[in-house]
Design a protein around this ligand. Structure first.
Ligand code: NAG
Length: 140
């Protein structure tokens, strides 16, 4: 009898822990941005291009932009495999689809090129590949 009571209490305890965590989880949940979220974020950010860079730095910015796009561009022979997978996904995706792993892997593959120029990195690469692809917090 005593044993059964303990078992029952344990079960109730586990169940309420489960519900509590589930509820917590819902409050704190972070969700993977969708293609729409990502594009909307990019539009709001207004990326800058190398021609808006300091003239002294401009040619380096162009070179780095070119090197980086060779890594991620779908038309480049030198594109990383993840980037190619990302573009294939993108082309058949809908706005409600989430950003796939290949997107994040592509960003990781190409970041080393982008980091060679501060302006390009902070004004173009980061917003598009890092900031706008971060998980978003849901309000409820
Ligand atoms: C661009 O890439 C080439 C070849 O990988 C490299 O030699 C060069 O240093 C890079 N340029 C810049 C500015 O990062």
């Amino acid at each position: 009898m005593k044993y059964q009571a303990i078992l029952l209490l344990t079960t109730i305890g586990l169940l309420s822990t489960y519900y509590f965590q589930k509820n917590q989880h819902r409050i704190l949940t972070e969700y993977q941005p969708t293609i729409f979220d990502w594009q909307y974020c990019i539009e709001r950010t207004m990326l800058k291009t190398c021609d808006q860079d300091d003239p002294q730095d401009r040619s380096n910015c162009y070179q780095v932009a070119s090197n980086t796009s060779q890594c991620y561009s779908e038309t480049s022979q030198l594109a990383s495999t993840s980037c190619i997978h990302w573009w294939i996904y993108f082309e058949s995706s809908q706005g409600k689809d989430t950003l796939p792993d290949s997107f994040y892997q592509c960003a990781e593959d190409c970041i080393e090129y982008a980091q060679e120029n501060n302006f390009y990195f902070s004004q173009t690469f980061s917003p598009m590949w890092i900031t706008c692809s971060q998980q978003q917090k849901k309000d409820n």
